[in-house]
Write a protein that binds this ligand. Structure first.
Ligand code: HEM
Length: 297
């Protein structure tokens, strides 16, 4: 499911951010950007190895992939700049091209490239992984799946939203976000000096039994009972740097789950839920959630 969901969420973000709709173009962009993503571990190499020692060296290969992805992004920017319908378009790239700062200056090519790269990279793998987790958890709770189907058939979305929230609670894709204190602060009795890094531990908060009874169980119903205390549910972080794509990601997850469970039957292939492992900076299902798909009656 994770691979399938990656293709899907990439198409969504490419269309929303770029307004690109031709399948061949989307695939070309996807390959180039996945090539970069799959090599992002080189950023963790010691400084001495972060040098281009030719195309076979890790850093050299990464730089080559980055250049290839950049070339496509700059090409897309140039193409859009010349589009006759630029003024009417609503995709993010067109909006950024029309934006002007307080002195009337447009964004530079490099600024546009950075925004696009950030949104494409931050915006598709995370959502795909979250969806894969949903399809690992949901089919293992046949009652929850049946209730979801019934409510969707009746035109009710509350349970669908609860499934999304509960998936992100039990399987947060980012386990902790980082903050550096600019001022000394006392947190839960700990006196922390300025300059220290603090990691609000998303995954730990989400498993607190005082906030979520039976915290290890997948129970979407818990989100129907009322609002959770703010900061008890924080898969998208919080404060001024909270995830900019949170609303899009949740809407996307809900629509993908709706379409899939309404049309096909899903059966887990593995006896137990996939182990959660760290890959890069995200938590992912180790085996990518294999499922058996069947046509529903
Ligand atoms: C289920 C999917 C997603 C999850 C779990 C997720 C999670 C996160 C988290 C935890 C942060 C850090 C927030 C903080 O430091 O407080 C973040 C930041 C960010 N996310 Fe997401 N995200 C998801 C989807 C998306 C999507 C679809 C987009 C693209 C539109 C996106 C774009 C970003 C950006 C640009 C930032 C940096 C914001 C900033 O530093 O100001 N994310 N995300």
């Amino acid at each position: 499911m994770r691979d399938r969901m990656r293709a899907l969420t990439f198409e969504v973000i490419a269309r929303a951010v770029f307004g690109v709709e031709q399948p061949a173009r989307i695939e070309q962009l996807r390959r180039a950007l996945v090539g970069v993503l799959d090599r992002q571990w080189v950023a963790l190499l010691p400084r001495a190895l972060q040098r281009d020692l030719g195309p076979r060296s890790p850093w050299g290969a990464f730089q080559a992939r980055l250049r290839a992805a950049d070339a496509l992004l700059y090409e897309e920017i140039a193409r859009r700049r010349d589009a006759p319908d630029l003024d009417e378009r609503t995709d993010v790239l067109s909006l950024l091209l029309r934006a002007r700062d307080e002195d009337g200056a447009p964004m530079t090519e490099a600024e546009l490239r950075d925004e696009l790269m950030t949104m494409l990279l931050a915006g598709h793998e995370t959502t795909a992984t979250a969806l894969a987790f949903a399809f690992d958890l949901l089919p293992r709770r046949p009652k929850a799946l049946a209730r979801l189907r019934d409510e969707l058939a009746a035109g009710e979305d509350a349970y669908l939203d609860a499934v999304v929230s509960e998936t992100l609670r039990l399987r947060p894709v980012i386990d902790a976000n980082q903050r550096k204190l600019t001022k000394p602060r006392t947190i839960a009795g700990w006196e922390l000096p300025a300059g220290i890094s603090v990691y609000p531990a998303i995954a730990v908060v989400h498993r607190r039994a005082d906030l979520y009874p039976e915290p290890d169980a997948f129970r979407p119903e818990r989100f129907l009972d009322g609002r959770t205390e703010s900061y008890a549910w924080l898969p998208f972080g919080g404060g001024v740097r909270r995830c900019i794509g949170a609303a899009l990601a949740q809407a996307e997850m809900a629509e993908a789950i709706r379409a899939i469970v309404s049309r096909v039957g899903l059966r887990p292939v593995r006896g137990q839920p996939d182990h959660v492992v760290m890959r890069g900076v995200t938590l992912v299902p180790r085996h990518g959630v294999p499922v058996e798909v069947a046509r529903t009656a």
